[in-house]
Structure formats: structure tokens, C-alpha cells
Design a binder for this molecule. Structure first.
Ligand SMILES: [Zn+2]
Length: 412
């Protein structure tokens, strides 16, 4: 029998089943007032994971939950070849939507279902991973993928989780062992990781483009900028004599916006602490958390220099805080995704991801690429989160087409 063509195989992907799976999983942890409450390692999250595990088994995969709670399904291939991998996460923020993460996991399962139904055996083993604790509801998030790649630092788990207790305590209560999580590693070598995810921004929706190929995940740099003035009585100190730290800090808030816009990046002042913080006291000190994000380190360097100069000119101190490096998608995987878009006649654009994803952790062990599908109105992490059914199915088909392409072109 001749093998079906890629287009024929991809057209056989059961979109109705994928949409029905999204609805079914979307009922797990659904709050009466709307939105999901599948926070990491809570009861609803674990129920969803068990559901995914059972689905994997029903599809003929060997499925396990690893030390970190990642659910891993393996579709057998040539054991001498490294695996292709696809997946995302099924945990949610409080009040999250049913597409964020779940789409990537369920679409990967839809790919497996299509291959199994057609009797099409991939050369490479295929791993489908439902990563645990992706959302920032635990310390060290995305926790599951960090553990999967062997980079989880156990001491970080002493930081609080969404329950208010330490992440370590939450994990131990659910039967997980932090030491085993820190010693975790991938079950087999992986040649490529693909993640389908909703965009969570409005770029695709506004431009009416069904697919975004993610060039990389932005780097994040944070700074603590401190303005020192003199606290004094708000009633008896004349305006000319004041050294008001908040008045000095105010123009810097708009400076962050201006610098970000000049460099075509995003910049945010997300926190201001005004000391001593009383209505009858002139602010004596202001601390400001400044964050910038971009895919290009050179651009971040330039924006950072300008911010530091402006802070110094305003008499502030500028401390360098968190620095997460940008991670870039693999060229060969991007080419496979572009080819998939062309083969399936899907319009696409290339874009950075401004949000973190499991794929950024996977970058430590293998090449990765991501597909974004439009979030209507750019809304996510909210009950109103919505991605059109045809866009969900298109995303799944692109994932399958890219997996088929990589299976035939990637070598050991
Ligand atoms: Zn997500």
C-alpha cells in the first residue's frame, strides 16, 4: 500500500475530537463563577493530568507520570533514534481559560490519534508531554519542564506556592519528592520539541493571521531604581524646599515607556514603593521595579544603557536584578513549520513570544520551535480566553505536518 501523502494524512486529523477534548478537559477544575482553577499540584490539576495519562494509554502510548508530575506518553519508534517531542501544560492560573496550555497537549494527542488511525508509523519515537506547574503559581515555574531538563534547583522550592505554603510542602503533601524532582532528567534523547500554544496577545487576532511562528522567547531584564529625597511634614514644608522622591521618580515612569518605544521593545514599571507612604508625609524614598523584554540582547543592552543613564541623570541609583536570556527557536524547526504553513496553505507571520513557555526550558536540551494561534481580543489568563475552533484545528494540523516533515528529514 502506498503511504498516504502528507496532505492526506494531515487532513485526516479529527478536528471535532480535538474540540470535544478541549471541552471535556475544560470541565476539570471549572469554577462555578467561570474560569479554571487547575493550579499546579492541586486536586483539579492532578485530575486533569490523570485524564491526559488515560487518553495517552487509550491511544496506544506507554504513559507515565515522572518525578515532577509531568505526564509523558511515548509512541514507539526506532529506539536507535532520538525522539520528536510535542506538548505543553494543563495547569492554569486562578480563573484561567481552557486553551492556555491544554491546546498544545490535546493537539499533540490529536496528532498521535491521526497517525494511529492511519497506521502511519513514525521513524522517531514521539514523546507527548503534559508539563506540570507551568504557570507562575509555584516557585521555580515553569517547574515541571525545569525538572524535566534536569535544571530544577531544589532550594527554590522553599519559596511559596499559590496555596500560601512552601512549594516543597505542597509537593510533599501530594506525594512528590523534591529531591527526586531535582534529580529528574528526560526519559530519552530528544531531537526536537514543538509546542503549539495560544498567542495570549492580540497581534495575530488584529492582523487576522491564523498562525504565528515563534522566533524565540524574549529575554527579561529587571532593575530596581531608587530615588532618594527627604521625608518631611506635608503641611509645614514649603514647595520650594521639598526634596520629594516621588516627584523626582515620576518622569522616570514615562521615560521607561519612551525608551521602550524608541527601541521597539516592551518596558514596564510594575511596582512603586513610596516611603514612608503616608498622606501627610513628603515621600522620602521611592523604589521602582523596571522591566524590559526583547528577543535581541543587543537591543536590550542599548535600552538598558539608556535607562541607566537617565536614572543617573535623575539622581537615582540603578541596580541590575533578574536577567533571563532570550532563547531562539531552531532554524531547521522553523523551516519545517514554514513548510507546513505552505503545504496547508495557512497564512503565517514570524513573531517573538513576550511570555515564557515550557519550550524555553526545553531549549536547554534540544532545538525547539513554537506555533501560536490567535487569542480573540488578545485575552488570556481569564475566563473570556477564546481561540476559534478553526484556529485550534489549524494549529494541530500544522503541528502534525511539521512532525511528519521532521520525522522524514531529521537524522539521529
Ligand atoms: Zn501556557
Amino acid at each position: 500500500m502506498r503511504k498516504p501523502s502528507l496532505e492526506t494524512l494531515v487532513a485526516q486529523l479529527d478536528g471535532e475530537q480535538l474540540l470535544s477534548d478541549l471541552e471535556t478537559l475544560g470541565q476539570v477544575g471549572l469554577r462555578p463563577e467561570g474560569g479554571l482553577a487547575r493550579m499546579a499540584y492541586g486536586a483539579a490539576d492532578l485530575e486533569a493530568r490523570q485524564w491526559v495519562l488515560a487518553e495517552m494509554e487509550a491511544l496506544g502510548m506507554s504513559a507515565t507520570m515522572d518525578a515532577a508530575g509531568n505526564v509523558i506518553g511515548v509512541l514507539a519508534g526506532d529506539p536507535a533514534l532520538p525522539a520528536l517531542a510535542a506538548g505543553s501544560h494543563t495547569d492554569s492560573v486562578p480563573g484561567g481559560g481552557k486553551y492556555d496550555g491544554a491546546l498544545g497537549v490535546l493537539a499533540a494527542l490529536a496528532c498521535v490519534r491521526t497517525l494511529q488511525a492511519a497506521g502511519h508509523r513514525l521513524r522517531h519515537p514521539l514523546l507527548v508531554v503534559d508539563f506540570a506547574g507551568e504557570e507562575a503559581t509555584t516557585a521555580a515555574s515553569p517547574t515541571g519542564s525545569l525538572s524535566f531538563v534536569g535544571q530544577l534547583q531544589e532550594h527554590v522550592l522553599d519559596q511559596p506556592a499559590w496555596t500560601g505554603q512552601s512549594t516543597r510542602r505542597l509537593l510533599e503533601e501530594q506525594g512528590f519528592e523534591p529531591t527526586a524532582m531535582a534529580a529528574n532528567h528526560p526519559p530519552m534523547p530528544i531531537a526536537a520539541f514543538l509546542e503549539l500554544h495560544i498567542e495570549q496577545g492580540e497581534q495575530l487576532d488584529v492582523a487576522d493571521i491564523p498562525a504565528g511562528l515563534v522566533e524565540g522567547i524574549v529575554g527579561i531584564r529587571r532593575y530596581l531604581v531608587t530615588f532618594q529625597g527627604q521625608a518631611n511634614h506635608a503641611g509645614t514644608t514649603g514647595m520650594a524646599r521639598r526634596r520629594d522622591a516621588l516627584v523626582a521618580a515620576a518622569p522616570f515612569v514615562t521615560a521607561v515607556r519612551d525608551v521602550a518605544m524608541d527601541h521597539r521593545i516592551v518596558g514596564t514599571v510594575g511596582r512603586l514603593a513610596v516611603h514612608p507612604g503616608a498622606p501627610n508625609v513628603i515621600p522620602g524614598r521611592v523604589e521602582m521595579d523596571v522591566e524590559i523584554r526583547a528577543l535581541d540582547n543587543a537591543v536590550l543592552d542599548r535600552a538598558e544603557r539608556e535607562l541607566a543613564e537617565r536614572a543617573r541623570a535623575a539622581g537615582a541609583t540603578f541596580f541590575h536584578g533578574l536577567r533571563n536570556e532570550p532563547v531562539h527557536a531552531d532554524r531547521r524547526l522553523m523551516a519545517a513549520l514554514e513548510l507546513a504553513c505552505q503545504q496547508l496553505n495557512v497564512r503565517y507571520t514570524k513573531m517573538p513570544s513576550g511570555a515564557g513557555h515550557d519550550a524555553m526550558n526545553m531549549a536547554a536540551i534540544c532545538p525547539f520551535a513554537m506555533i501560536f494561534v490567535p487569542s480573540v481580543g488578545g485575552i488570556s489568563h481569564a475566563p473570556e480566553e477564546y481561540t476559534r475552533p478553526d484556529h485550534c484545528v489549524t494549529g494541530a494540523r500544522l503541528l502534525l505536518a511539521a512532525l511528519l516533515e521532521l520525522d522524514s528529514t531529521l537524522d539521529a
